[in-house]
Design a protein around this ligand. Structure first.
Ligand code: ZN
Length: 188
């Protein structure tokens, strides 16, 4: 796969203020890495003790694996780094509200807290479509906060899908191929 040009540039936040914006900026930078591999630009990092112990981006297309979402990859990295599958002391930052699979994995991993960028009322399962962090009979609940660097995280996804749509339309008109738009490119 040729590296894809990405019109967005990475942001280097101050190391002095390690707030939600700091960690989300690192997640956003991971989303840019995804774009460069022609993947849907979603990124995630996991913080433990003030330090990033996992950083990942969506890789579903390049690995041909529908489970290779940024959050799932970051959860595996973090558990490996800690030598413990329980992530109670960890906070996950992800650029878009997690899907049903990732939200479920966060419950199973006993994540401490989640911050996400763009809310997703269609597929988001941390308050958008439903909230898996608050299952009434589950013994693990966690808080999640959306809207962190929302505009930035929305813009990169919007631009990516717009580019894909334009390419798809051009391809269709060239070949008269009636193939519909792939589900994975459905705009959030
Ligand atoms: Zn997911």
């Amino acid at each position: 796969m040729e590296p894809q040009p990405c019109p967005f540039e990475k942001i280097h936040p101050s190391e002095l203020h390690r707030d939600a914006g700091y960690f989300m900026t690192h997640a956003y930078n991971e989303a840019i890495e995804a774009w460069k591999k022609d993947e849907v630009p979603i990124g995630a990092v996991i913080e433990h003790g003030g330090r990033i112990i996992a950083a990942a981006h969506n890789q579903s297309r390049s690995t041909n694996d529908p489970t290779a979402h940024a959050e799932i990859l970051a959860i595996s990295q973090a558990a490996h780094a800690l030598g413990d599958w329980r992530l109670n002391e960890c906070t996950l930052y992800v650029t878009k509200e997690p899907c049903p699979m990732c939200s479920g994995a966060l419950v199973i991993a006993r994540i401490g807290k989640v911050f996400f960028g763009l809310p997703d009322e269609k597929m988001g399962c941390l308050g958008g479509a439903t909230d898996l962090g608050a299952l009434p009979r589950s013994n693990h609940h966690f808080e999640s906060t959306g809207g962190v660097l929302e505009d930035l995280n929305h813009e990169i996804l919007r631009a990516f899908f717009e580019k894909k749509r334009a390419l798809n339309a051009a391809k269709k008109s060239a070949s008269n191929d009636p193939e519909s738009f792939p589900e994975e490119f459905e705009s959030p």
